[in-house]
Design a binder for this molecule. Structure first.
Ligand SMILES: [Zn+2]
Length: 308
């Protein structure tokens, strides 16, 4: 007898539920093979099978010559000011400053940038200096050549996963997870780890694409963000909220501005005329609000660690 229903379907990558359905298949943009997209009926996560492996994150990827042509980590490593990342960094800085204006820190702020990549954000934070009149002690986590360079030549405290797992609970006031979770085939253990490492009342600053925004809903798995070689766990506000709550985190809404602008300008990196027009349009706040609504950027919550 042939198997029926979901007999061969994988369990949900975020909540483990076997109640998943195949949504569709499409070829990779970089690897010429077909990928399957599944939707979890329990937590609404959209996830990709099979996982291509972390080997895809090679030197070409980090130069923007791999599956994500919108990143250029080498330029960001050398000087983030030569890229448009500053739009996003300023936004994150303002969000965290506003958070600590509400909850003033009593001592130096411990900040972990999980998935720090080429370290642009760590360098930005180092240059900013204090937040709410407190010094900021920076740590980063990533693997690969940039992590080694950040540690050896830039003097950052960079921890691998094993070292992070040895860190004491409640060590950090802020953990940033910027466009990381969609790359993880197993997002739940990472959210469990960052929740353990956050002190009660600490802030998780997390960004990822919203698969329930108007554009994403209309385009389904053909949405540009669905690059199956690299974006394998695709969240929406509901699935992200459920994941947070299962790991002792309460969702916290923030309003993004520079982050919204950055998403537009990075996607037009190779189209100079459109880029100039977009920069002009985005100097008007209603244009930013419109893009934010279309892509559901601010609809994706950050989180605060629950007090025990
Ligand atoms: Zn699920």
């Amino acid at each position: 007898m042939k198997p029926t229903g979901n007999a061969a379907a994988p369990a949900c990558h975020a909540c483990g539920s076997p109640d998943v359905a195949l949504v569709g298949r499409k070829p990779g943009e970089f690897l010429r093979r077909e990928f399957e997209f599944y939707r979890c009926h329990s937590c609404t996560l959209l996830f990709v099978e099979p996982f291509s492996g972390f080997e895809i994150y090679n030197e070409a990827y980090y130069r923007g010559q791999g599956p994500d042509p919108f990143v250029d980590y080498e330029a960001e490593y050398n000087d983030w000011r030569t890229t448009d990342r500053g739009l996003e960094f300023d936004d994150f800085g303002q969000i965290v400053t506003a958070f600590f204006a509400e909850f003033p820190p009593a001592r130096a702020i411990e900040w972990l940038d999980f998935g720090c990549g080429a370290g642009g954000f760590l360098k930005y934070l180092r240059e900013q200096g204090n937040i709410s009149r407190q010094a900021v002690n920076l740590s980063g986590h990533d693997v690969g050549t940039y992590a080694e360079r950040l540690q050896k030549s830039a003097g950052f405290r960079i921890l691998d996963l094993a070292a992070l797992e040895r860190e004491p609970a409640g060590r950090y006031d802020v953990i940033s997870l910027i466009e990381v979770i969609e790359h993880l085939p197993e997002p739940a253990p990472v959210i469990a780890l960052v929740s353990r490492l956050l002190k009660p009342g600490g802030l998780l600053l997390l960004t990822t694409g919203n698969l329930a925004g108007p554009v994403a809903r209309r385009q389904g798995i053909h949405y540009r963000y669905c690059v199956p070689e690299i974006h394998v766990s695709l969240f929406n506000p509901e699935s992200l909220t459920l994941l947070y709550r299962r790991h002792g985190l309460e969702p916290r809404r923030v309003r993004y501005r520079g982050t919204v602008k950055f998403k537009v300008v990075k996607s037009l990196r190779h189209r100079p005329v459109l880029l100039a027009l977009a920069r002009l349009a985005l100097s008007f706040p209603p244009a930013v609000w419109l893009v934010d609504w279309l892509y559901g950027v601010s609809a994706m919550p950050c989180a605060v660690k629950r007090a025990v």
